[in-house]
Design a protein around this ligand. Structure first.
Ligand SMILES: Cc1cc2nc3c(=O)[nH]c(=O)nc-3n(C[C@H](O)[C@H](O)[C@H](O)COP(=O)(O)O)c2cc1C
Length: 378
């Protein structure tokens, strides 16, 4: 043997060491890709800084995302992502710490995953990849007292979980969602987004929502496909042909009635600034724990955030001017339904026993490499 055999060049050695030391972080980020995001946009981008630290840019490169989902949606989803990262990290014996980047405009998080042998695997870990939004009708079977107690426990004491279970309350919620969908479909500004988010080809879509995961029957699906090709068709239907009624009945009214309950995650009155990024991130963490706990219980869940999003638009009239008036009206409708000031509401949705346990169409995720930016990990 010659000595050269042992004289490995320095750079590859370092690279090999970095592959190994970055591997736990890659595994954590890979697992956390299953965090939910509005319209499956996955707006976050990860920058691995070293073997323990990651920076997360919260609105990625999707320019329409911020206008559609506004800051509330961005920070809620960020909270869901953080909770997922924490849970996945627990399986790697890592403890996660996070803070918002000091520059408020940056919308970025700084994370540290320190090795800690005392961390125990979070019991919700097995449900991170099986949790999925279920948009179809559920059984009417009510939640048990024990289920309600465990769901309340999952959101913690910092939030109030308000139930809307009676037929009248479910009707009220369903109507509210119909109104929000109607506004969304009548606006030219949101038409491009509707066109962009649906995946007509694949039942498991890595970056969009498969049309099969929407609660419409195959005939309505064909009608929607035809209408969504051109704004003029939607506009005509809206003006002269009762437009959005059929999809709204199928997507909002029927599923809105066919469930165990609607729910609201609310900030208690003593929270001074429920619109702050910190408060919304905490609410997003509670949202994700609730969703994972529901999955653990064998329950299905669908967020109903369209009314909240519509209500938020009057705060940014410059971005979507035609929405301002409808948006102000939506604030009143939400207040009437929830009996809570809309800015106290962090998250809304419906829950129940699914009719079929299997998911035949769902959003999946972009590969991790597409979510990594100029990181040092090879
Ligand atoms: C903040 C937030 C708001 C959402 N709002 C809605 C909604 O109003 N209606 C709906 O059907 N899904 C909603 N979703 C669910 C997403 O569309 C869904 O999580 C995403 O497409 C990924 O699919 P998956 O949950 O099956 O993995 C929301 C998700 C998040 C995180």
């Amino acid at each position: 043997m010659t000595s050269t055999r042992y004289a490995a060049p320095a750079a590859p050695d370092r690279a090999a060491a970095e592959v190994t030391s970055f591997e736990p972080l890659r595994l954590i980020l890979d697992g956390a890709r299953w965090a939910p995001s509005g319209d499956n946009v996955q707006p976050w981008r990860f920058r691995i800084l070293d073997a323990e630290r990651v920076e997360v840019d919260l609105h990625g490169d999707d320019s329409f995302y911020e206008t559609l989902w506004n800051a509330k949606g961005i920070y809620l989803a960020a909270g869901g992502l953080l909770e997922t990262l924490r849970i996945v990290a627990s399986q790697q014996d890592r403890r996660m710490q996070w803070k918002l980047k000091a520059d408020a405009r940056a919308k970025a998080l700084q994370l540290r995953f320190a090795a800690d042998a005392s961390v125990t695997v979070d019991p919700l870990h097995p449900f991170v990849s099986t949790r999925s939004v279920r948009r179809h009708a559920y059984r009417l079977k009510p939640l048990t007292t024990q289920q309600r107690a465990r769901l309340q426990q999952s959101v913690g004491n910092a939030f109030e979980l308000v139930w809307k279970e009676s037929a009248g309350a479910r009707w009220h919620a369903a109507r509210l969602n119909m109104k929000a969908a109607d506004i969304r479909l009548r606006l030219r500004e949101t038409f491009d987004i509707s066109q962009e988010i649906l995946d007509w080809e694949r039942d498991f879509s890595p970056e969009r929502i498969p049309v099969k995961a929407i609660a419409v029957d195959p005939m309505t699906r064909q009608l929607m496909k035809f209408l969504l090709q051109k704004w003029s068709r939607i506009d005509f239907m809206n003006r002269y042909a009762g437009g959005t009624v059929l999809p709204a009945i199928e997507m909002d009214l029927v599923p809105g009635m066919a469930c165990a309950a609607h729910f609201l995650i609310c900030f208690p009155a003593h929270v001074p600034d429920p619109g702050s990024p910190q408060a919304l991130i905490h609410a997003g963490q509670a949202m994700q724990r609730l969703w994972l706990q529901a999955t653990a219980e064998g329950l299905a869940l669908q967020p109903s955030m369209a009314p909240m999003l519509m209500a938020g638009y009057h705060l940014q009239p410059a971005a979507l001017p035609r929405l301002a008036q409808a948006s102000r009206q939506m604030v009143d409708w939400i207040r009437d339904y929830a009996q809570v000031e809309p800015d106290r509401i962090a998250f809304m949705g419906r829950i129940g026993t699914p009719r079929t346990p299997h998911v035949t169409a769902r959003s999946v995720r972009k590969p991790l490499n597409d979510l990594l930016v100029d990181n040092r990990a090879p």
